[in-house]
Design a protein around this ligand. Structure first.
Ligand SMILES: NC(=O)c1ccc[n+]([C@@H]2O[C@H](COP(=O)([O-])OP(=O)(O)OC[C@H]3O[C@@H](n4cnc5c(N)ncnc54)[C@H](OP(=O)(O)O)[C@@H]3O)[C@@H](O)[C@H]2O)c1
Length: 260
């Protein structure tokens, strides 16, 4: 019997992936499955990485376009959608991965309105406005995936605002699964990574990393921090036709650190 992987192929799908940390790996993984991808970054320091991602995708024989845009800025949302429409061969945007996030720590006592807005504007308002702008172009069978975090459920001190934004991602996922299911034929899912070796993790303060070490050591799958390559394949799967019966779900990609 011949092998058949057509149900997990993303051939000629058009995808938007926001952010370029874990997002870089997700973009390349989607391209490996056949998708053409809008690669997004915001900081000048991430430009080179975004360009490398585009090169990697082109070397795979797929197409990619870079958009420097902040999802926190209302005026920079539409250019992301426009870039996808330019990339798309059929005027459709099949896949939307909300990966970009602000992830700083602050204890409740130190939390300011600016800090709150910085996180909610990026992690919650950004995906809401980007999805709203992309929705008219998402075909039936389209896929939306949030990258939330184990922080939404773990309860780690210092993550008042970040954890709240990540719990909001889960809530949006469940809400949109219902709201967009029958009307738009779109699935909406949520992936909750545990600690993964990206800038966000390495930029955490020393005490936080020290406090987290026992938790890392207790990770059921292996006593180590996760890698981006541990998470991206799950995201890619949720974007496939084979994942059509999964919607409104949150999936833990934490090596079993958080089980649900
Ligand atoms: N690393 C972890 O341990 C961990 C654990 C659980 C969940 N997560 C989640 O995984 C996702 C990826 O995070 P990461 O680990 O890759 O973090 P990261 O290394 O800090 O990267 C965050 C990314 O978000 C982008 N970004 C930030 N603000 C943005 C904005 N306003 N508009 C567009 N892009 C923006 C950044 O772009 P620039 O580089 O251009 O600034 C960066 O590429 C996030 O949703 C995060 O919450 C991470």
């Amino acid at each position: 019997m011949s092998e058949d992987f057509s149900g997990v192929s993303l051939r000629d799908k058009t995808a938007i992936v926001t952010g370029s940390g874990l997002g870089a790996e997700i973009a390349v993984t989607l391209a490996k499955r056949g998708a053409n991808v809008v690669v997004n970054y915001v900081s000048e320091g991430s430009k080179k990485r975004a360009e490398e991602v585009v090169n990697q995708i082109n070397n795979l024989g797929r197409e990619a376009v870079i958009v420097q845009a902040s999802v926190s800025d209302i005026d920079q949302i539409q250019p992301i959608v426009d870039a996808a429409l330019k990339l798309s061969k059929n005027g459709k945007i099949d896949i939307l991965v909300h990966n970009a996030a602000q992830g700083l720590e602050a204890n409740l006592i130190d939390t300011t309105v600016d800090f709150y807005n910085q996180h909610f504007d990026c992690n919650v308002r950004g995906p809401i406005l980007l999805t709203k702008a992309a929705l008219p172009h998402i075909p039936r069978g389209g896929r939306i995936v949030f990258i939330s975090s184990a922080a939404a459920r773990l309860g780690v001190g210092g993550q008042t605002v970040y954890a709240a934004t990540k719990a909001a991602n889960e809530a949006l996922c469940r809400t949109w699964a219902k709201e967009l299911g029958h009307t738009y034929g779109v699935t909406v899912n949520n992936v909750n990574p545990g600690p993964i070796a990206t800038d966000q993790w390495f930029n955490s303060d020393e005490q936080f990393l020290k406090d987290m070490q026992p938790l890392i050591d207790s990770t059921p799958a292996a006593p180590r921090v996760g890698e981006v390559s541990d998470v991206a394949p799950l995201v890619a799967f949720l974007c496939t036709d084979d994942a059509r019966w999964v919607t409104g779900s949150s999936l833990s990609a934490s090596g079993g650190l958080i089980q649900f």
